[in-house]
Design a protein around this ligand. Structure first.
Ligand SMILES: *Cc1c(COP(=O)(O)O)cnc(C)c1O
Length: 364
C-alpha cells in the first residue's frame, strides 16, 4: 500500500478536447498550448498523445521546447514569449523552433544572428492586453523590418492576445478586434489571435492559427458557458481515499485554528491530500469533495498533507472510500470558485510528489 493520492490523467479526454477546439474553428489550425508542463498534466505525455492531431505546440520558453524535442516531438514549437537572451538563438535555429518577438532588442538580436534557415517569427501586437508586444502605431515599422530580412525571418505572422475573451461583456474584446482588423488588412498579415475562450466563443477571432490552452485540459474558461464549452471533458482527476474517520460531539472543532465547528454530532473523514500536494489552502468550508461519488463539504482548514470533510450525511463512507478532489464528477472550475481562484492555478499547482497516472496513452 502506498499513499492513495494520484493525478489520474485521461489522454483520450485530452484528444477529444483538442478535436473540439479544432472543430470549433474549421478554417484555423490549432496549436496545442502545453506550457507549464501542460498545465500540470505532463508536457511530454500530453504532446505525445496529441502528436498525430496537433500540427504544432506552444510553450513559454526554450527549456520547455527542448524537453519536447528530447522526447521526440518533431512538430513546430512556438515560444510564446520568444527568447529571453540572444544566446538562445542558436538552439532555436538548431531545433527549428518558431519564435514570438515582442521587443526591439529581440528584433535587433534576430537580425544580428545568421540562422542556418530563416526562423518562423510571430510579431506580437499589443492590441489591449498591455503586457507584451508593440503598440498599434509602432507595429507596422517592425513588421516591414522583419519582412525585409528574408535571410533571418520567414513565415511572419501577427500575433496578439485577448484580455477579456472569457467575459460576457464584449466591449473590450471588440476594441481589441478593431485594433487588429486594420493592421491585419493593411499588412495582409496571417494572424494568430485566439486563446481558449476566443476559440470557444468568438468565431471572428479565429485566425490562421489558434492557441487553445486550458480548454484542452477540460476547464471551461467562459464566464457564460456555451454548448461547446459544456462538452469539454476533464483530463485530470485528482483521486485519493479516506484514511481515517473521527466521531465528534456537537461543538468540537476540526483542524488548524478550529475553523470548522460541529453544529451537531458529526463524522469527519480525513483525506490524503493537502496544500503540499497543490490542493489550495484557500478552499473554504463547504468546498465540494466527492466521496463514494457523493458531494460532501470540506470541513476545516486544509493541512499540508491532509484535508477533512464532513461525512455526517454519508454514513456508508469509511476508511478506504474513494475520493475525488476535482475532475470526473466534480468540475475543477467549481472547486476553483470555492478557493477564490481559477482552474489554471489549481492545475499548474499540482506538485511533483503527486504521481501522475496516465490512461489511454495509445491512440484509440
Ligand atoms: C497561455 C497562453 C495561451 C493559452 O491560453 P488559454 O487561456 O489557456 O487558452 C494563448 N496565448 C498565449 C500568448 C498564452 O500565453
Amino acid at each position: 500500500m502506498s499513499r492513495p493520492l494520484i493525478a489520474d490523467i485521461d489522454l483520450d479526454a485530452l484528444r477529444r478536447n483538442y478535436c473540439l477546439a479544432r472543430d470549433q474553428a474549421p478554417h484555423s489550425r490549432a496549436m496545442a498550448v502545453v506550457k507549464a508542463d501542460a498545465y500540470g498534466h505532463g508536457a511530454v505525455a500530453c504532446a505525445d498523445a496529441l502528436r498525430d492531431l496537433a500540427p504544432a505546440f506552444a510553450v513559454a520558453c526554450l527549456e520547455e521546447a527542448l524537453t519536447l524535442r528530447e522526447a521526440g516531438i518533431t512538430q513546430p514549437i512556438v515560444l510564446l514569449e520568444g527568447f529571453f537572451d540572444a544566446a538562445e538563438l542558436p538552439l532555436i535555429d538548431a531545433h527549428r523552433l518558431w519564435t514570438a518577438v515582442h521587443s526591439d532588442w529581440q528584433i535587433d538580436a534576430l537580425l544580428a544572428y545568421r540562422p542556418r534557415q530563416p526562423i518562423p517569427t510571430w510579431l506580437k501586437l499589443d492590441s489591449g492586453m498591455h503586457r507584451l508586444g508593440f503598440a498599434p502605431e509602432a507595429f507596422e515599422a517592425r513588421w516591414q523590418r522583419l519582412a525585409a530580412a528574408t535571410e533571418h525571418v520567414t513565415d511572419l505572422h501577427l500575433m496578439t492576445h485577448f484580455a477579456t475573451a472569457d467575459a460576457l461583456d464584449a466591449a473590450y474584446f471588440r476594441r481589441q478586434m478593431a485594433c487588429i482588423a486594420s493592421l491585419r488588412q493593411r499588412l495582409e498579415a496571417p494572424v494568430c489571435l485566439a486563446n481558449s475562450p476566443a476559440t470557444l466563443a468568438w468565431p471572428e477571432a479565429h485566425g490562421d492559427w489558434n492557441r487553445p490552452g486550458v480548454m484542452l485540459y477540460g476547464s471551461d474558461p467562459l464566464e457564460g458557458a456555451n454548448d461547446a464549452s459544456r462538452a469539454l471533458e476533464p483530463v485530470m482527476t485528482l483521486r485519493s481515499e479516506i484514511i481515517a474517520v473521527r466521531e465528534l460531539a456537537e461543538g468540537e472543532a476540526v483542524g488548524y485554528g478550529g475553523r470548522w465547528r460541529a453544529s451537531r454530532p458529526s463524522r469527519i473523514g480525513v483525506v490524503a491530500g493537502g496544500y503540499g500536494d497543490g490542493y489550495d489552502r484557500h478552499a473554504r468550508d463547504g468546498t465540494p469533495v466527492l466521496v463514494e461519488g457523493q458531494r460532501v463539504p470540506l470541513a476545516g482548514k486544509v493541512s499540508m498533507d491532509m484535508l477533512t470533510v464532513d461525512l455526517t450525511e454519508l454514513p456508508e463512507a469509511g476508511i478506504g472510500s474513494p475520493v475525488v478532489l476535482w475532475g470526473e464528477g466534480l468540475p475543477i472550475d467549481e472547486v476553483a470558485r470555492h478557493c477564490d481562484t481559477i482552474s489554471y492555478t489549481l492545475m499548474t499547482g499540482v506538485l511533483p510528489r503527486v504521481p501522475r497516472r496516465y490512461r489511454n496513452a495509445e491512440t484509440g
